[in-house]
Design a protein around this ligand. Structure first.
Ligand SMILES: *[C@@H]1O[C@H](CO)[C@@H](O)[C@H](O)[C@H]1NC(C)=O
Ligand SMILES: *[C@@H]1O[C@H](CO)[C@@H](O)[C@H](O)[C@H]1NC(C)=O
Length: 311
């Protein structure tokens, strides 16, 4: 009994250290992130699946740059005047590995220092849907032709851009799909969690931007933006792409890594569209396929990082 508990604690510690190490890898851009074996190609049957998308070995920085050009991912980060500090932390960490001309912050007040776009919406949970709809409309208007994929993230989401581009490189952005942490309630095909961030293909964004507004096909305001956007996309025949890896492990996360590593988050077991699989069998390889983490407490994570890199 005692040894089992001890093993659990040791596992947790090891996992947490690995998680921190992976953050510091991405934070410092060295050593290089993790990418596929050279020459790996996708057959058409794999295109809308996920097989193969996680056979990963470390490669050099030129591979990172190649994918950066090949898979252009636009990211918009939802923020607010109240959570500027978080947006600043995003700005100095993972946003530095996004393309700067393909990243904007969306707020209710413009802030040229980030820069943040000021949308004409009221702040607060009850208006997250309007904020999201307007943000995607704005992105469509100004960036549609500049990128292949369009991601929504929160200002407490941590995104590993390199792994995200790699994952998306397996799919065809002309297909109408979106992907993220797939939860099953509320919408027939389910929805992707807002906190973990979700990604729309180019075709999905085109359909969303062209949604009928008079009379409206979709809810244009209200709470639960992730559910509403999924309802809307379902009406537009945009399907959810399975984002789990070939072992069924998750790539998008609603909580910090350590919560997902051992048991998973308890409420999620009935809520997730997939069996909640955690790192267990291979924490290290799971980290290579990790794309997003939410509830990222920037200040404490950074402090711990500094400690671990100083040690
Ligand atoms: C955010 O990052 C951009 C690009 O590096 C920089 O120009 C800007 O000053 C940063 N803003 C803040 C508030 O950190
Ligand atoms: C997603 O893929 C995994 C791994 O193949 C599979 O086990 C799971 O059933 C799929 N999920 C859905 C919702 O189809």
């Amino acid at each position: 009994m005692r040894s089992i508990r001890l093993r659990g604690v040791l596992l947790a510690l090891a996992a947490f250290t690995l998680a921190l190490a992976s953050f510091s890898i991405y934070k410092n851009y060295s050593p290089a992130p993790f990418f596929p074996e050279n020459g790996q190609t996708i057959s058409s049957s794999q295109k809308m699946g996920h097989e193969g998308a996680d056979q990963i070995i470390p490669v050099d920085e030129s591979e990172v740059l190649r994918l950066r050009k090949k898979v252009r991912v636009f990211v918009w980060v939802m923020t607010s005047p109240k959570s500027k500090q978080r947006a600043r932390a995003v700005n100095t960490t993972w946003a530095t590995r996004a393309d700067r001309d393909l990243l904007v912050y969306m707020s209710s007040e413009a802030d040229p220092s980030l820069p943040a776009v000021g949308l004409s919406v009221k702040e607060g949970r009850n208006h997250l849907t309007a904020k999201t709809m307007q943000a995607f409309d704005y992105v469509y208007k100004h960036y549609f032709h500049k990128a292949d994929y369009f991601m929504k993230a929160d200002d407490d989401t941590y995104v590993i851009m390199e792994n995200l581009r790699y994952f998306l490189s397996f799919f065809d952005t002309k297909e109408p799909f979106f992907t993220g942490r797939h939860f099953k309630p509320e919408v027939k095909q389910g929805f992707n969690s807002g906190g973990a961030g979700y990604v729309l293909s180019k075709e999905a964004l085109a359909r969303l931007a062209a949604r009928p507004k008079d009379p409206p096909l979709c809810k244009e305001d209200g709470k639960g933006e992730d559910v509403e956007i999924a309802r809307c996309l379902e009406k537009l025949e945009v399907r959810i792409l399975n984002s789990t890896d070939s072992r069924g492990r998750s790539r998008f996360h609603t909580h910090e890594p350590v919560k997902h590593v051992i048991k998973g988050v308890s409420w999620m077991h009935n809520y997730d569209a997939n069996v909640v699989r955690v790192a267990g069998d291979c924490t290290k390889c799971w980290l290579y396929t990790l794309l997003s983490v939410s509830n990222w407490r920037v200040s404490s994570t950074e402090a711990e990082l500094n400690q671990s890199t100083a040690a």
